[in-house]
Design a protein around this ligand. Structure first.
Ligand code: 8YV
Length: 309
């Protein structure tokens, strides 16, 4: 049996239904009771960015063998507990990299060129009044990337095509790459026009984009977050935007999803998306196939396709 924590993908659900007994956690009125009642039958958990395999869930599942996450980010999986209990963990890297990087560039351009605000302006019949505002250029602006992993690198490559000088902050320097390394995120933010948060969420990176970083980015600077909401101190982000201490923000992920700070709704220099960077038919199908492939490999005692633990 497989415990599916969230309604993440129709094709994935259909395929799981064909192959095993599927327990749909979100349909249960009492989640804890539901897990307890079916615990003996559950050998795998399929979670995602919203509901994973947290310590409480793992503790209720004595027969759990594998967590196959429908996400690259594993901040909702208690990796230490899995490791200690011998529970295998897999994720969905690589297949979503292009989409997430595409959306990061999309967020930069929609924010700087105020594409969403301009669309609202046309729809509201305001063009006739001719009060259109000028916006900011993207090409050749300095881009700083926080976290130069698979996704950060794909963003860097795309930004290079816009003739943007690229620099980055990460735990360790990557000397083989042609980008400038900053050992301090605040120093990076001081020197760039656009800062993109693209690192995993961990205790180390929680609120890595804090008030100092936002102020270093400054009133002309743009923040883009396609990583995880808690990478950014959201209360500080809201106040920086409201005070005009930050130039703009393009945000796909929030601290308490699906809650989005309503103060941001009135700002045209902000673009708000509902955590959709990997949300294309093609990528979600590939993610589902990877989840299924990992479960199948586990059952057949073959090497897992994308093991983490
Ligand atoms: C979500 C993501 O998993 O890969 C990640 O880390 O955040 C997304 O791909 C997806 O939205 C969950 O259904």
């Amino acid at each position: 049996g497989v415990l599916l924590t969230y309604p993440m993908n129709v094709y994935l659900e259909q395929e799981l239904d064909k192959r095993c007994k599927l327990f749909r956690l979100w349909e249960a009125p009492q989640r804890k009771e539901f897990i307890k009642a079916n615990a003996h039958a559950i050998r795998a958990v399929v979670g995602n960015a919203f509901a994973g395999a947290e310590a409480e869930t793992i503790d209720l599942l004595p027969n759990l063998e594998i967590v196959s996450s429908f996400s690259v980010g594993l901040d909702k999986v208690d990796l230490a507990k899995c490791k200690a209990k011998g529970i295998r963990v897999t994720n969905t890297p690589d297949v979503l990299t292009e989409d997430v990087a595409d959306l990061a560039i999309g967020l930069i351009i929609t924010t700087m060129r105020q594409i969403c605000a301009s669309d609202r302006y046309v729809r509201a019949g305001r063009w006739i009044k001719g009060d259109y505002k000028l916006t900011s250029k993207f090409s050749r602006k300095k881009v700083g990337i926080v976290g130069l992993g698979r996704i950060g690198l794909a963003i860097a490559k795309r930004a290079e095509a816009f003739d943007c000088p690229i620099s980055y902050y990460s735990r360790t320097e990557k000397p083989d790459l042609p980008y400038k390394y900053y050992p301090s995120i605040t120093a990076l933010a001081t020197d760039v026009d656009i800062l993109v948060a693209a690192c995993p969420l961990s205790e180390e990176t929680r609120h890595i984009v804090n008030r100092d970083v936002l102020d270093a980015l400054g009133p002309q600077g743009v923040l883009v977050n396609i990583g995880r909401g808690p990478l950014v101190d959201e209360a500080e982000l809201v106040s920086a935007l409201l005070d005009g201490r930050l130039g703009g923000a393009g945000i796909d992920v929030f601290e308490r999803e699906p809650h989005v700070p309503e103060e941001l709704f009135k700002l045209d220099n902000v673009v708000l998306l509902p955590h959709v960077a990997s949300g294309t038919y093609e990528t979600r199908k590939a993610m589902a196939d990877l989840v299924l492939g990992n479960l199948e490999a586990h059952v057949l005692k073959k090497p897992l396709l994308t093991p983490v633990v």
